[in-house]
Design a binder for this molecule. Structure first.
Ligand SMILES: *Cc1c(COP(=O)(O)O)cnc(C)c1O
Length: 347
């Protein structure tokens, strides 16, 4: 895909890390690189982050193997299974997120764990009122295990009252371990962005963040989007007034024009989804809306580029009016949803 690629700017990543440090009050950082580093390429992103973060976090062992680091990698709840504990990687910190697994934990090797406590998400997790027993049991029966941390997840940060209650529940059960267990954490990206939550989490010493590192979130705090999709115009052709353009005859040229051909389409999830039939009212409303309001997702020379007809599997057609054939087109799509095979170039 040499005509379509994703640029990732390490300078912006480092700027974001500095802002996160300030926002969090200099807490340690667990860089979450699950989901192929939020679509940006787990190998490349971990290499950039490695010198600047304290731990990495992923959601399964397949991802862990791709992280370019000698540092420790936390295997997050809720996808940890007992099989993972038998991994031969020696820098994995496993999450213990249920009591049933404890009986089966390996005793023949030394490793670290973090305990995941459920404070309201009801996904996995040790019940808050069971934490003491679990810590007691792990300490007594497993001399090979080091309890390196305790965490919970803030899953409803838009609701202030709910989140404060969650933080307080967590605080009440972990405060007594503050000087015994090295790492206590619950702030994720939306937690770090909220000054009040950060203040209330003064008993924690780490944050566990993904979105803010990549700039998907936090523009109001100066965090920058660290990536940009780019495309080159592969071919240009001439179209006469009155000719239909592309599949389905959804666009008819109103004048003689030049048409640019871009080498990407639905296969990269450009436009996110294939057209779905919603019924006539919806379709009409959409046509009217798109007609009145031109919301570009392609840009060249600092302005929106018009897409002609419907993008198909791997081709998108554009109006070349005012665009040079050697222009680089910026494509506003999100890597989380885009095909992870799109080539990444790290700067
Ligand atoms: C994904 C995830 C995070 C990171 O969330 P962001 O909103 O990207 O900061 C933190 N903790 C857990 C358990 C996660 O699954």
């Amino acid at each position: 895909m040499k005509n379509f690629w994703c640029e990732v700017y390490s300078e912006k990543i480092l700027d974001n890390l500095n802002i996160i440090k300030k926002l969090s009050g200099e807490k340690k950082l667990i860089a979450v690189v699950k989901g192929n580093a939020y679509g940006l390429g787990i190998e490349g992103i971990s290499e950039i982050l490695d010198p600047y973060v304290d731990y990495f976090a992923v959601s399964d062992m397949e991802e862990a193997q791709k992280v370019n680091t000698e540092k420790e990698i936390l295997l997050l709840s809720p996808l940890v299974t007992i099989n993972d504990f038998n991994s031969n990687m020696n820098n994995i910190i496993y999450t213990v997120d249920n009591e049933k697994i404890i009986e089966k934990l390996p005793v023949d090797k030394d490793y670290k764990v973090h305990i995941y406590v459920d404070t309201g998400m009801s996904r996995m997790g040790i019940a808050a009122d069971r934490l003491d027993d679990v810590i007691y049991k792990l300490s007594k029966d497993f001399t090979n295990i080091r309890i390196d941390g305790i965490y919970t997840h803030l899953h409803n940060t838009k609701n202030r009252k709910y989140t404060i209650k969650q933080i307080n529940t967590f605080k009440n059960i972990v405060l007594k371990y503050k000087d015994i267990i090295p790492n206590i954490h619950c702030l994720n990206s939306s937690g770090v962005l909220n000054d009040e939550y950060v203040r209330l989490c003064d008993f924690t010493n780490m944050v566990r963040a993904g979105n803010v590192i990549y700039g998907y979130d936090g523009a109001s705090k100066g965090l920058k989007k660290v990536f940009s999709f780019k495309a080159k115009v592969v071919n240009v052709c001439e179209v006469k007034s009155g000719q239909y353009i592309g599949y389905g005859c959804t666009y008819k040229a109103k004048k003689d024009m030049h048409l640019g051909i871009l080498g990407f389409g639905n296969i990269e999830h450009f436009g996110f989804v294939k057209e779905v039939k919603h019924g006539i009212i919806y379709d009409l409303a959409k046509v009217v809306y798109n007609h009145i309001k031109f919301r570009p997702i392609l840009f060249a020379e600092g302005r929106g580029v018009r897409i002609l007809g419907r993008p198909n599997m791997n081709v998108t057609l554009i109006d070349m009016d005012g665009i040079n054939s050697d222009s680089i087109i910026t494509v506003d799509i999100t890597p989380i949803l885009a095909d992870s095979a799109v080539k990444k170039i790290y700067f």
